[in-house]
Design a protein around this ligand. Structure first.
Ligand SMILES: CC(=O)N[C@H](C=O)[C@@H](O)[C@H](O)[C@H](O)CO
Ligand SMILES: CC(=O)C(=O)O
Length: 309
């Protein structure tokens, strides 16, 4: 991983799952094979760790540090960028994780809004983000907007407005909401050197049309190649092909949603497709029955056809 400051984060970024043992402990021994799988089988070279998909908010600060260290260490020669999510309910914990990410050699940090005591104004959230960013001022800083999980009613475009005045390391946002008008407003209000990363995989194409510079998502763990093809088709101006690929992805996700698609199902699906024993999710999430993930994996195979997934 080269000097992070001047490398804009673009393209495909997989939000990784956290490998756990059946006893519920983090399983660091799987990180390296996981990286190999992403690079060799999915064409994924950038990761976003300890986020929603990684159950970051369900992990202890110590576990998050050990995971960040392992991803950075094993990814050093194999991945292009490792972004570490350091958002917590406690500002102090977030600052500790931000400092640790800098020491560990992460390529950037991202922060979600606290969601128990929620900020009541864009300014309150900006102040929180500023204090976290100040703990690792040399690292590119991304705001992670995911209102369905945080319960936040603030608009991302209001949050990022003028944010570089107080956070000089601010480099963009990861936007996980279907509100494309708010996303469009982020793009029109933000400098072009910022990354506008979209996080609703089922409608990525809409966000690309709006001006997204990349995507961070959970499904890229097993749909990486297909989404890379979508990004290339879009870049080449082949909208028909980009749409065909997006509709395939929608078919798979909507089938999964009908089966009750949650993090547990998603993680089990990844185990099934990759063969990596990533283990169960952590409580309060309950493990998903293998049969459910198997039926989604079959649908995925059908839709993707014989092409390598
Ligand atoms: C709530 C959640 O985990 N969102 C992910 C990223 O933000 C997405 O990658 C979704 O998992 C994906 O779009 C499937 O709905
Ligand atoms: C999708 C994403 O960014 C996450 O799981 O955190």
């Amino acid at each position: 991983m080269a000097s992070p400051s001047n490398r804009k984060l673009t393209g495909l970024v997989a939000a990784t799952f956290t490998p756990l043992t059946h006893q519920g402990e983090i399983n660091l021994s799987l990180i390296e094979p996981y990286i190999d799988y992403l690079v060799e089988n999915q064409g994924v070279h950038k990761v976003f760790v300890n986020g929603t998909t990684g159950e970051g908010l369900s992990l202890s600060v110590d576990e998050r540090k050990r995971l960040a260290e392992e991803w950075c260490k094993k990814g050093k020669s194999k991945l292009q960028q490792v972004i570490v999510h350091v958002g917590c309910l406690s500002l102090k914990d977030s600052q500790e994780l931000a400092r640790h990410a800098a020491e560990t050699g992460a390529d950037g940090i991202a922060v979600i809004s606290p969601s128990f005591f929620k900020p009541t104004s864009a300014d309150a959230l900006r102040q929180f983000l500023q204090e976290v960013a100040a703990a690792a001022p040399q690292l590119p800083f991304y705001y992670y907007h995911i209102p369905a999980m945080t319960g936040l009613t603030l608009r991302a475009s209001d949050i990022v407005e003028g944010i570089e005045e107080t956070i000089p390391s601010f480099r963009g946002l990861k936007f996980s909401s279907s509100d494309l008008m708010d996303f469009g407003q982020c793009i029109s209000k933000c400098p072009s050197h910022w990354s506008q990363l979209y996080g609703v995989d089922e409608q990525l194409l809409g966000a690309l049309v709006m001006g997204a510079s990349g995507a961070v998502g959970s499904t890229f763990n097993y749909l990486g190649n297909r989404v890379n093809s979508l990004l290339s088709a879009f870049d080449e101006g082949d909208l028909r092909q980009a749409r065909t690929l997006q509709l395939q992805i929608q078919d798979i996700i909507s089938y999964a949603v009908k089966q009750g698609f949650d993090l547990a199902v998603n993680k089990q699906l990844m185990c099934q497709v990759s063969g990596l024993p990533l283990g169960p999710p952590r409580l309060p999430l309950l493990p998903c029955p293998g049969s459910k993930a198997q039926s989604i994996a079959q649908r995925l195979q059908q839709v993707l056809g014989k092409q390598k997934i």
